[in-house]
Design a protein around this ligand. Structure first.
Ligand code: AHM
Ligand code: MG
Length: 354
């Protein structure tokens, strides 16, 4: 019989490679898996709200109904607020960093999360995801500060995502490759299903919101034509796939090979940085891409090397197979001088004061 590896067993086995590990970090990942199971339970029932006798804003169990992204946000916070493993948290749903309540102990790690990315897709039954990233505390006081949260992606200890799709999967990396687990709902466990995921050599897809092509810079437009095999050396065209849900788009491209991009543009030259959030989306996704042998760039260099300046800062994102992402950088270097001049100052902005 095949070896059954639960996520807990896998994390524990990986921990053996770190003789000094205390287990704190292992438990933190396990807590994320628990949060994922609770959020998965609610997202799969989302379509039933209003049918199963839910009245006003209460559901059949007499519980207050919440928007799912708020529910996911509260769930992750409540599972992690009292464990003594974190010194602070930050969520895409909160303007400021989230402090650990004063009645609980603090710990050595910082958790950043996007509780339900792509949540506009829920009402139409399209996959959404949770994205998370873990940094080590670097400030010296007892409680975490903005300095602990705003660290470059290069210093991440771990990152991952959960995809609530036709099945629920959790994919994570703690710096030793990328591993995927599928939730078996009948036993309530995440089981290892994709060990050591590597970006396939031959890419199949590119993913971008082509509806916005009008706003794209000349270099990005030519790059898209190159992906289609029209521009340049006449490569075989890649198929175009776009869900509009970052986790799903990235996950498909990770398994099948490809590139996702959401570029910066000059629609408003004072905001040349596109839509993706560095701290809640690009860092974690970029870390996973690199761990799988891929690459994530803002069109100039690695998103992991960017020193953050603000919790909710946005960043252009090109992520997937390394050669495809580097090609985007090349096109931007050649044809997007105007955009580069507008965007470069944002790469060197200094961190905001707490
Ligand atoms: P959100 O954080 O408000 O949910 O937005 C992020 C989502 C990503 O999942 C997705 O890649 C992108 O927005 C899609 O944007 P668009 O609708 O502009 O193509
Ligand atoms: Mg998001």
């Amino acid at each position: 019989m095949a070896r059954i590896v639960t996520i807990e067993r896998h994390i524990l086995e990986q921990q053996k490679n770190h003789p000094n590990a205390t287990g704190v970090f292992t438990n933190l990942l396990y807590d994320m898996a628990l949060a994922a199971k609770i959020i998965a339970r609610e997202t799969t029932r989302a379509g039933l709200v209003g049918i199963l006798g839910a009245s006003e804003d209460h559901n059949v169990y007499g519980e207050q109904q919440q928007k799912l992204d708020i529910f996911a946000d509260r769930t992750i916070f409540r599972i992690n607020d009292h464990t003594g493993r974190l010194c602070a948290m930050a969520s895409e749903e909160h303007e400021e960093i989230i402090e650990i309540p004063m009645n609980f102990d603090t710990g050595r790690y910082v958790l950043l999360y996007d509780p339900l990315d792509g949540s506009s897709n829920i009402d139409v039954n399209v996959s959404v995801g949770t994205i998370f990233a873990i940094h080590r505390k670097i400030s010296t006081g007892e409680r975490g500060t903005l300095e602990d949260v705003l660290q470059a992606g290069r210093r991440l200890v771990a990152a991952g995502y959960v995809i609530y799709g036709s099945s629920t999967m959790m994919v994570y990396s703690a710096g030793q490759g990328v591993h995927g687990f599928t939730l078996d709902p009948s036993v309530g466990e995440f089981l290892l299903s994709h060990e050591n995921i590597r970006a396939p050599q031959n890419a199949l897809y590119y993913s971008a919101n082509a509806g916005y092509e009008k706003y794209w810079t000349p270099g990005v437009r030519r790059y898209a034509k190159w992906l289609q095999g029209i521009e340049g050396e006449g490569r075989k065209p890649l198929g175009q796939r776009y869900i509009g849900s970052l986790v799903s788009d990235f996950h498909r491209n990770l398994l099948r090979g490809g590139v996702f991009f959401y570029p910066g543009d000059m629609q408003d030259p004072s905001k040349p940085y596109g839509k993706m959030r560095l701290m809640f989306e690009a860092q974690a996704i970029g870390f996973l891409a690199e761990q799988a042998g891929g690459y994530a760039s803002d069109g100039v260099g690695s998103v992991l090397d960017l020193e953050p300046y603000s919790l909710h800062q946005r960043v252009p994102l090109f992520v997937g197979n390394r050669d495809l992402v580097e090609k985007a950088e090349e096109y931007i270097r050649l044809y997007d001088q105007e955009w580069l001049e507008a965007y470069r100052p944002f790469r060197t902005l200094k961190m905001e004061r707490a």
